[in-house]
Unconditional design. Structure first.
Length: 153
């Protein structure tokens, strides 16, 4: 049987609203950043198995409207993860960035019941896809930790 010893999470949010210098028609520029670090440690009640993981995602989003009918949103999300399994025969540690994702969306808000939009998303391989040697042991069960993948490559 496995029990979680400690699970902590904190959330930070900052919003700044300004008028952009890009265009006379652009308005309501918003920039939002957030980071929600989390830490989990666990141990086995039947043996000497134990481990921990800390995960710090970082996200930035910019939203603005052009005229009265077109809105746009651009965002970037990445994070840093440190995962360690300290079980005697399964020791392994990984500390790395996660993959970075980007997001760009344009929406037309001129219709009453329908909001057509176009979105572009991209995954940038900044994480660690291939784990070597004992690093593979740092991948733990999803029931124990927040992240079980460190990158898609």
């Amino acid at each position: 049987m496995i029990s979680k010893l400690f699970c902590a999470s904190a959330s930070f949010l900052a919003i700044v609203v300004t008028q952009p210098a890009l265009s006379q028609e652009a308005s309501n520029l918003q920039f939002q950043t957030s980071a929600t670090p989390a830490f989990v440690s666990w141990h086995s009640t039947r043996g000497s198995g134990k481990g921990y993981q800390s995960f710090s995602p970082i996200e930035g989003i910019t939203k603005f409207t052009v005229g009265s009918t077109v809105s746009a949103e651009a965002g970037v999300r990445t994070g840093y993860i440190s995962s360690s399994n300290e079980t005697p025969l399964m020791r392994g540690t990984v500390s790395t960035l996660t993959d970075t994702t980007t997001h760009l969306q344009f929406a037309y808000e001129g219709f009453e019941n329908v909001q057509p939009f176009v979105t572009f998303d991209m995954n940038l391989p900044t994480g660690k896809e291939t784990l070597r040697g004992r690093e593979k042991n740092a991948v733990m069960d999803r029931d124990l930790v927040f992240q079980t993948r460190f990158g898609e490559g």
